[in-house]
Write a protein that binds this ligand. Structure first.
Ligand code: PBG
Length: 323
């Protein structure tokens, strides 16, 4: 008798396939990134991210409540300030848009969700870099750390449960952990963007936050060709006190997600970023791929690679499908 082995037997019926399915995709594993713009009177569509908007304070509250209702595991908040300067003052101002919005959402949602904030200066600086610049125009690591510590305190005070340092400065997790602890915020956690690559897939995000960046982030974000470095970054962040680590982007870096999942002692998140979202939306809008099944395949694959959590702009929609 040939073939002797018939793997197709386990694929014969939907019930059989469901029985042997290895990878779970649950609403609680999805984190929804949200944008809120200072002074916006209407939600502003982001052309390169169809379906995603810069929220007003009011529409943000509604979108956040709906996402929590749909069962998502958490929210990651980004702010777009009305004015920017060289040091990103609006990031540390208690009345800055991100901090105000955090306060709104914490008041509305309490502990019903895990409220996270992007702890990075690029949305707030007039040069668009993730830190402050030295006189020669290079991002000054240690001067930036001082700003991150201040920003972390402002976000913790505003009610964030977890902070997401995404600037790839050396020592950022340690300096934030120390600042939080010294101020008594010992329960405020850190989801560290540990292995963050200098990726072209961030393109649409730059529009999403009206980024002022010219040039690139290659002196602080990782080279796409390097994998070993990602494990070193994760090890350092864990040693500095990260409660969770993240790999970003996700799709072009699933090998890194897998390696991180195999070695990390803390939960691993992967960020299914703007360009990954836009690729699928663009193809689906053209009728080139089936939107829903492509989205679920993308999210399942990131889970299969080993990510415990997935940050995705589809979080609320996918959570509703999965429910
Ligand atoms: C930095 C930050 C970026 C993203 C999340 N946090 C942009 C960057 O590093 O250039 C990108 C997210 C996405 O592309 O969806 N504050």
């Amino acid at each position: 008798m040939f073939p002797e082995h018939r793997p197709r037997r386990l694929r014969t019926t939907p019930a059989m396939r469901r029985l042997v399915s290895e990878t779970t995709l649950r609403p609680r594993q999805l984190i929804l990134p949200l944008f809120v713009a200072e002074g916006a009177e209407e939600p502003r569509p982001i052309a390169s991210m169809p379906g995603v908007v810069q929220h007003t304070r009011e529409t943000l509250r509604k979108a956040a409540a709906e996402a929590v209702e749909a069962g998502v595991g958490g929210l990651m908040l980004f702010g777009i300030p009305a004015t920017r300067d060289a040091v990103g003052s609006a990031a540390t101002d208690a009345d800055g848009i991100l901090n105000v919005a955090l306060r709104d959402l914490r008041a509305d949602l309490g502990d019903d969700t895990v409220l996270m904030a992007d702890t990075c200066l690029d949305e707030f600086t007039d040069h668009g870099h993730c830190g402050v610049l030295d006189p020669s125009g290079v991002v000054d690591n240690d001067a930036t750390l001082e700003r991150y510590a201040e920003m972390a305190l402002a976000q913790a005070e505003a009610g964030a449960h977890m902070l997401g340092p995404s600037g790839m400065m050396d020592g950022q997790v340690g300096v934030i952990r120390r600042a939080l602890d010294d101020a008594g915020y010992t329960d405020t956690g850190i989801i560290a963007y540990s292995a963050k690559y200098a990726s072209a897939f961030y393109g649409p995000f730059r529009e999403a936050v009206d980024s002022q960046l010219t040039g690139d982030r290659k002196t602080y974000q990782q080279d796409p060709g390097n994998a070993r470095e990602a494990l070193r970054e994760i090890e350092l962040d864990v040693a500095e006190g990260a409660d969770m680590v993240m790999v970003k982007p996700a799709l072009a870096y699933l090998d890194v997600v897998k390696a991180a999942a195999e070695s990390s002692p803390v939960p691993v998140a992967a960020y299914n970023i703007s360009g990954e979202y836009s690729m699928v939306e663009g193809a689906a809008a053209n009728g080139w791929v089936d939107r829903r099944s492509t989205i679920l395949e993308v999210l399942t694959s990131i889970r299969r690679a080993g990510a415990d959590l997935v940050l995705t702009y589809w979080a609320a929609e996918a959570a509703a499908w999965l429910d």
